[in-house]
Unconditional design. Structure first.
Length: 235
């Protein structure tokens, strides 16, 4: 089963995504879960009636796998394995799998449409397909690090700029530089203003630099979502 030719590609940011489908009838469907347990036990010490002990907490992860076979219109059977998915399917139902990707990164299953129930599910989120285009600071764990580094860099740039202004005689900073007070264009600068004059602009510039690409990346994700909805509506 195919869809309109104009939906076979999507330009999102710098990437050209290709879309395709695999349609068939479910022949067999199996789901199973595997639980992995970590931790447990403990230890401690005792000396002259005193001591301490600790307990290592038990943690568990459940790994869910959905495996099924479909037979396409040519009679060829395909084995599909989906990790961390429990999509309701039964033998005899016709489904369409939509794949997406780029020539550089390869293709992956993106969505599954069940023609019998007229429902569909994401298999891989748009965020994953567009991850390589996400700004470095898009994820929280990286955003803090990049914000700090950017602030430090901007502070160094402003310090160099102030130093150049001081060298050429435009700026006089008596309390900081240890020289007698002199009249200058920026003679209102004092020891309290200089640090804040560096830190505050650095923080402001860093914030706007980090946030500048957020709306663009969110628009790319939303564009991918809307494109997938159009594909599903044409199946």
């Amino acid at each position: 089963m195919s869809f309109p030719r104009e939906l076979m590609t999507l330009k999102a940011g710098k990437a050209l995504f290709e879309f395709g489908t695999l349609t068939g009838v479910v022949v067999d469907s199996n789901k199973h879960s595997e639980t992995h347990v970590y931790g447990g036990g403990g230890g401690g010490y005792s000396y002259q009636g005193t001591g301490s002990s600790y307990v290592n907490p038990v943690r568990s992860d459940v790994e869910r796998t959905h495996e099924f076979w479909i037979r396409d219109e040519n009679g060829k059977e395909h084995s599909i394995r989906l990790d961390s998915h429990h999509i309701p399917l039964r033998a005899g139902q016709m489904i369409t799998l939509v794949f997406a990707g780029t020539e550089k990164s390869g293709h992956n299953w993106a969505a599954l449409y069940n023609h019998a129930s007229e429902t569909w599910w994401w298999i891989t989120s748009p965020d994953w397909f567009l991850e390589d285009q996400a700004p470095l600071w898009y994820k929280t764990d990286k955003s803090i690090f990049v914000f700090v580094v950017t602030t430090i860099v901007m502070s160094c740039v402003l310090m160099v700029l102030l130093a150049l202004l001081y060298v050429v005689g435009v700026l006089h900073v008596p309390h900081v530089m240890g020289v007698p007070y002199e009249e200058g264009v920026l003679n209102a600068i004092d020891r309290d203003f200089v640090p804040w004059g560096i830190i505050v602009p650095s923080l402001v510039v860093s914030y706007f630099l980090l946030k500048r690409n957020f709306p663009k990346h969110k628009r790319r994700i939303e564009l991918f979502r809307e494109h997938m909805k159009r594909i599903i509506s044409n199946l």
